[in-house]
Design a binder for this molecule. Structure first.
Ligand code: CP
Length: 317
């Protein structure tokens, strides 16, 4: 595997999950694989889980790790080609990327949607430039339109907890005070479809996601109806995708907050969220602290998804 940006990069998904569970049983079985190999983790945006879990995964494989917070500990980077660089960004990404590639064997990149241009965001311009110019295997640590390491961890978590072969999985929009990218819900829908689950996406009208990710999932505007019989409820906020409202908040309707009354409509569903989560906006304290909350096991599985991906990237060197 030369890159990891979407579910297709893993090939056979069942085999990938089996490999991940094998790694989980003995996460120190491949400590020689990363010997004298260096991972560079590059953050254009903040992180807690991705930063720690990916670093831990790399250490489990025996790798050396370098972490760079772009725009904090390094020169501010210009990302647009053709601009006159007379502002506050003294270095261009087109030099910085191959330079960074000189110092490492694998590169992880976190670069969120900017909501300045839907086209730029959905072309994944930052991530694609790393893939093109670094000369190294590159993996997404959440990009503008996807968060595959999160979705892989979510899939592993569902496989560990499901009671039926094809569970009903509900992805629900929930309110949030800020405009958030579609990366997590896009990837989640993509991965749930790839796994062959019964996926229902529920949100207020106007929050339709890109159908390239939701595929054949049922779209339901009545959240309570969507929850009926659900085995898993995955909550997430996202800003509008459709034009002319791309990147905008259309609703902060608190009646969409996931609470115990709605969870009672489900098939005793597990509650999931990628974290960080705004309590009592996205989900009530009672639900997230309850016995059916999977938010901590999901976060724990981030180490496993990252290690599986890093292992495959190392094997390609
Ligand atoms: N879920 C997730 O990616 O968390 P961080 O933003 O803290 O890395």
């Amino acid at each position: 595997m030369k890159k990891f940006t979407c579910v297709a990069d893993l090939g056979d998904l069942r085999a990938a999950v089996a490999e991940a569970l094998e790694i989980k049983r003995d996460r120190f079985a491949h400590t020689e694989l990363g010997r004298n190999r260096t991972l560079l983790m590059l953050f254009f945006n903040s992180s807690l889980r991705t930063r720690l879990s990916t670093q831990k995964a790399a250490m489990n494989l025996g790798m050396n790790v370098m972490v760079l917070d772009v725009n904090q500990g390094a020169w501010k980077l210009e990302t647009e080609r053709g601009v006159v660089m007379d502002g506050d960004r003294p270095e261009h990404l087109l030099e910085a990327i191959p330079v960074m590639g000189c110092y490492c064997d694998v590169i992880g990149v976190r670069s969120f949607a900017r909501f300045e241009s839907k086209q730029e965001d959905y072309e994944e311009r930052i991530l694609e430039q790393f893939i093109r110019y670094s000369g190294r295997p590159v993996f997404s640590m959440e990009a503008a339109t996807g968060h595959p390491l999160q979705s892989f961890a979510d899939l592993i978590t569902i496989e560990e907890h499901k009671r039926t072969e094809r569970p009903k999985v509900v992805l629900t929009w929930a309110p949030h005070p800020k405009a958030l990218p579609q990366a997590v819900p896009n990837s989640f829908a993509e991965w749930m479809n790839a796994a062959g689950y019964d996926l229902v996406v529920t949100h207020p009208e106007g929050y339709e996601l890109d159908p390239r990710f939701t595929g054949g999932a049922r779209i339901e505007y009545d959240q309570r109806r969507a929850f009926e019989g659900a085995d898993f409820v995955y909550a997430k906020n996202w800003a509008a995708y459709r034009d002319p409202n791309y990147g905008r908040i259309l609703s902060q309707d608190r009646s969409w907050t996931v609470d115990a009354a709605k969870m009672a409509l489900t098939n005793d569903a597990w509650f999931m969220h990628c974290l960080p989560v705004r309590r009592n906006m996205i989900v009530t304290d009672e639900v997230i602290e309850g016995p059916r909350s999977l938010v901590i096991p999901e976060a724990a599985n981030r180490e496993i998804s990252a290690q599986t991906v890093l292992k495959r990237l190392l094997e390609s060197l």
